[in-house]
Design a binder for this molecule. Structure first.
Ligand code: IPM
Ligand code: MN
Length: 352
């Protein structure tokens, strides 16, 4: 029997509550699919930072490298200045483990409400492949004469041939394996960001030559947001840079039913990957047992699929679908589910 080492960072706010349910489902499915695992908990997050001044030490990164995967709840604290935890924990984790892909499925399950009128599960089913280590996120730039009328602020988008190419290659391979519409759309802004997206577009065209069975398409990012709402069925897989990927996946989360159900994976195909619900720490719902754990449970599904436990991953997805079809979960929104957080976890665990 295979044993996986899973690192768990419950984090802040409602993070620990949703992680608990994800682990409950992991326990149930491990029995069905006959694998075993160990969990190691790490305290990193806003609370830990306020207590110790530590964000994410290098020694932890070294420990993470020995794991099979990481499972994260949420990072964010109302009393910590914006940027400290994001850069110091989340981005440090993504960058130092070279998790160069942020994989974000946008899938509307049956029985889930979408704000898009006349669109259903057959229309909303695509995946965003977001570059996760470059672009505007690297923190290149600086400022001069801060606080004066002569202030200058520069924030540069860094795009390397290697970084862009490995992301695009991943997206083509992923589209091929997914084998749905076999269509990959590059989302960029070639009409304005003429240096960065020229590199993206040329690389995209070159790699496309190796995938004659994948249809390719291009959409500017502004048009992408329009089509995601008007014709989401046009998309199969979208590949894009870090910043655009960040923005369009929040829109994606909304059309699939909200942050309560949106999950993502920060993937290093050759290293250690991290899986997380894409919503934040939701301070106002903390400790109330009302937050929706389905996003975290879906993140666990992605984790298992990534480490090679595909059958277990399928069991979780089918359990989520069954639970949603049963009508027992009234809404994806915190406090309106009709069940509390742990009851949703119990329901999924009973159905895997
Ligand atoms: C996300 C988040 C992060 C990002 C923040 C918290 C740094 O919005 O995972 O999408 O911008 O990547
Ligand atoms: Mn985001």
């Amino acid at each position: 029997m295979k044993t996986y080492r899973i690192g768990v960072i419950p984090g802040d706010g409602t993070g620990p509550e949703v992680v608990r349910e994800g682990l409950k489902v992991l326990e149930a499915v491990s029995k069905k699919s006959a694998f075993s695992y160990t969990t190691t908990f790490y305290p990193f997050g806003g609370e830990h930072y306020l207590k110790t001044g530590e964000t994410l030490p290098d020694s932890a990164i070294e420990e993470f490298k020995k794991l099979d995967a990481l499972y994260l709840g949420a990072i964010g604290h109302p009393e910590v200045k914006p940027g400290i935890l994001e850069r110091g924990i989340l981005l440090k984790l993504r960058f130092s483990l070279d998790q160069y892909i942020n994989l974000r499925p946008v899938k509307l399950y049956p029985g889930v409400w979408t704000p898009i009128k006349d669109k259903g599960p057959e229309d909303i089913d695509f995946v965003v492949v977001r570059e996760n280590t470059e672009g505007l996120y690297v923190g290149a730039g600086g400022n001069l004469h801060q606080g004066t009328p002569y202030e200058v602020a520069i924030q540069e988008s860094i795009n390397t041939r290697r970084g862009v190419e490995r992301c695009i290659r991943f997206a083509f391979e992923f589209t091929k394996k997914r084998n749905k519409k076999n269509k990959l759309t590059l989302c960029g802004k070639t009409n304005v960001l003429t240096y960065a997206f020229d590199l993206w577009e040329r690389t995209f065209q070159e790699v496309a030559q190796e995938y004659p069975n994948i249809k390719t398409d291009y959409a500017h990012v502004d048009a992408t947001t329009m089509w995601m709402v008007k014709n989401p069925e046009w998309f199969d897989v979208i590949v894009t840079d870090n910043m655009f990927g960040d923005i369009i996946t929040d829109l994606g989360a909304m059309i699939q039913g909200g942050m309560g159900i949106a999950a993502g994976g920060n993937i290093n195909p050759e290293g250690v990957s991290m899986f997380e619900p894409i919503g934040g720490s939701a301070p106002k719902y903390t400790g109330k047992n009302v937050i929706n754990p389905l996003a975290a449970i879906s993140a666990m599904q992605m984790l298992l699929s990534h480490i090679g436990e595909e059958e277990a991953a399928q069991r979780i997805e089918q359990a989520i679908i069954k639970a949603l079809e049963s009508g027992k979960i009234k809404s994806m929104s915190a406090g309106q589910m009709g069940l509390n957080t742990s009851e949703v976890g119990d329901l999924i665990a009973s159905l895997v």
